[in-house]
Ligand binder design. Structure first.
Ligand code: PRP
Ligand code: URA
Length: 209
């Protein structure tokens, strides 16, 4: 089973509370999602492999650490995942970005695919699939299904708020995928929204509805 981690850093928890508030407007919501994503990038990249290289400092020759291993791609699930991309790129600026467009049908809660554009070499990359919300898990499962069908093998899923139902479903469907979240909430309501959650992440990020 992949790792499941609630990233309980005080800065992340504080910022998550800010965006949960229903009176938090679009501007602040967007800025704070960006900040949380940057802080989460620090945690989710913690096990990136390092190798020794020899460098010249002004004082002489020295063996020091540098990143090695797979290159990274960040894969936002549209729309709301877009809000997490810039924050992650601040810490991993050389990452490529692939987009997976899914929306949840409001009646069935099933995800519907409408757009996929990925770097050609995703099979060779460490992928960070990002989406603020893991509710039923349907969107994350479908996004990871389609990435695996295209050869991806090394995938981590990063979200802001998760429901126990979604975590369980994602772990069962993709036991090899590590899941990182800033908050594990209580439950889903009858409409498939996370409670207490933060509402509709896409609408709050983009000021729609
Ligand atoms: C939201 C969210 C996730 C999905 C989570 O997207 O950003 O992608 O719902 O729900 P699930 O775990 O039950 O699949 P939504 O379908 O509202 O689309 P949007 O990002 O375009 O607003
Ligand atoms: N999608 C959202 O944006 N919010 C939820 O609470 C559930 C799914």
């Amino acid at each position: 089973m992949g790792k499941f981690q609630v990233i309980d850093h005080p800065l992340i928890q504080h910022k998550l509370t800010i965006i949960r508030e229903k009176n938090c407007g679009t501007k602040v919501f967007r800025e704070v999602v960006d900040e949380i994503a940057m802080l989460m990038a620090y945690e989710v990249s913690r096990d990136m492999p390092l190798e020794d290289i020899e460098i010249e400092t002004p004082m002489g020759t020295s063996v020091q650490k540098t990143l090695t291993g797979k290159k990274v791609a960040i894969i936002p699930i549209l729309r709301a995942g877009i809000g997490m991309v810039d924050g992650m790129l601040e810490l991993i600026p050389a990452a490529k970005v692939g987009h997976v467009g899914l929306y949840r049908d409001h009646d069935t809660l099933e995800p519907v695919e409408y757009f996929v554009k990925l770097p050609a070499d995703i099979a060779e990359r460490q992928l960070f699939v990002v989406d603020p919300m893991l509710a039923t898990g349907g969107s994350a499962i479908m996004a990871i299904d389609l990435l695996k069908r295209r050869g991806a093998t090394n995938i981590k899923f990063v979200c802001l708020v998760s429901a126990p139902e979604g975590v369980k479903a994602l772990q069962e469907a993709h036991p090899d995928v590590d899941i990182y979240t800033a908050g594990l909430d209580e439950k889903l309501n009858e409409e498939g929204y996370i409670v207490p959650g933060l509402g509709d992440a896409g609408d709050r990020l983009f000021g729609t509805k």
